[in-house]
Design a protein around this ligand. Structure first.
Ligand code: ZN
Ligand code: ZN
Length: 388
């Protein structure tokens, strides 16, 4: 199964994008990749579906919140629209998106070219802090119940000396004279090709557009300082190895009191000594003696909420699997709980005492020991064989 791309990445928007930005981004993709405009182009079709799926999740506040916290696992395996009946008319899609407000679309797509980039692209100086990534180890027992974890992180916070402004005196913040506050400088070059104009980041202010003449002594004018703190994170039951939780706003602070980044918590599952995980189910292999397999017995199974006694029926074949319903793990978005499967492997002794050997020799001739599988046994052996 191919790894699904991040929905924000699919639409090319930031994690803090507004609904309007998400709509606009989807509109662009829908126009670019709609199958009507790309006949026979499988790749475009896939891109179109991917964008539609991303849009259907990110445009729904509830689904978006789940996706932000739990990633793809939070919104199920088929979160997108169903295209089995066709892709729908592009005009309809666009009209639904904006309630028909974009007049002039019906005349065809010729006039679209300049539309995508013509939005409000003025440089807005809202800074966003960087995200912080941490790994958290979770045992299966913790995953079964969910856990509150304390995580120690070192992060950038607004400087306590200057309040995040970079200086104590607002009058010390001046518009950069080199770029007039735009953060970019224009360079005109003459060559045999003619005149070329290029823009580059202003060296004087580093693209900030502002210069602090008397920077704060504590943060050196960055407005930020390092601080170690402990964050409590509630990890829900049912998480899986590699899952990432997003704790909004718990990342690094941004300069000029902008939007703080997020704390991204990556789940690392600790391998269990006895149980193996398969999705929400658990597997346990129990080795039993030939005698126990023949006569039946009771064995203890390590479940995540304690040890349970489980009956081994007389005449149990090696490879038999029994199911302990509901003793698996819950799904992360609620729903059902998995089961625990116990597989019995019959162990055949390799060394025998003289008495044992004599006893077994006497039994060898007995009718009971001649293989005589019943109909059910045969179908069981067939299933085992099909596993190879
Ligand atoms: Zn400048
Ligand atoms: Zn400072």
């Amino acid at each position: 199964m191919a790894e699904k791309r991040d929905y924000y990445e699919v639409l090319g928007v930031g994690r803090d994008a507004t609904l309007d930005e998400i709509k606009k981004a989807y509109r662009k993709k829908a126009i670019q990749y709609h199958p009507d405009k790309n006949p026979g182009n499988k790749e475009a079709e896939e891109k179109f579906k991917e964008a539609a799926e991303a849009y259907s999740v990110l445009s729904d506040p509830d689904k978006r919140a789940k996706y932000d916290r739990f990633g793809h696992a939070g919104v199920g395996s088929q979160p997108g629209p169903d295209f089995s009946g066709g892709f729908g008319d592009l005009n309809d899609i666009l009209n639904n998106l904006f309630g028909g407000g974009f007049g002039g679309f019906s005349g065809g797509f010729g006039g679209f070219g300049g539309f995508g980039g013509s939005g409000t692209r003025e440089r807005q100086r809202v800074y966003r802090g960087r995200d912080i990534r941490v790994r958290v180890k979770m045992t299966l027992e913790e995953i079964a119940r969910g856990a509150e974890k304390e995580i120690s992180i070192e992060k950038l916070v607004p400087c306590t000396e200057c309040g995040g402004k970079g200086t104590r005196n607002a009058a010390d913040i001046k518009t950069c004279p080199a770029c007039n506050g735009t953060g970019q400088v224009k360079r005109v070059m003459n060559s045999f090709l003619g005149q070329t104009v290029s823009y580059s980041t202003c060296q004087q202010c580093g693209g900030e557009g502002k210069i602090i003449s008397n920077p704060c002594h504590k943060c050196g004018g960055t407005g930020l300082e390092r601080h170690r703190e402990t964050v409590k994170v509630n990890i829900p039951a049912g998480v899986e190895n590699g899952m990432q939780l997003t704790i909004r706003g718990e990342g690094h602070a941004a300069k000029n009191n902008g939007v703080p980044g997020d704390l991204l918590v990556l789940i690392e599952e600790v391998e269990h000594a006895e149980l193996k995980r398969d999705g929400n189910n658990l597997m346990y292999t129990k080795i039993i003696s030939v005698i126990d397999a023949i006569l039946g017995t009771e064995v203890e199974v390590p479940c995540l909420d304690g040890r349970y006694k489980v009956k081994v029926e007389p005449g149990t074949q090696s490879g038999t699997v029994v199911r302990l319903k509901g003793r698996g793990l819950p799904t992360v978005n609620g729903g059902n709980t998995g089961d625990l499967y116990v597989k019995y492997i019959v162990w055949v002794p390799k060394k025998l005492s003289r008495e044992d050997r004599e006893m077994l020799e006497r039994m060898r001739g007995s009718d009971s020991f001649r293989p005589n599988p019943s109909k059910e046994d045969r179908s069981f052996f067939d299933r085992l064989r099909n596993m190879f």
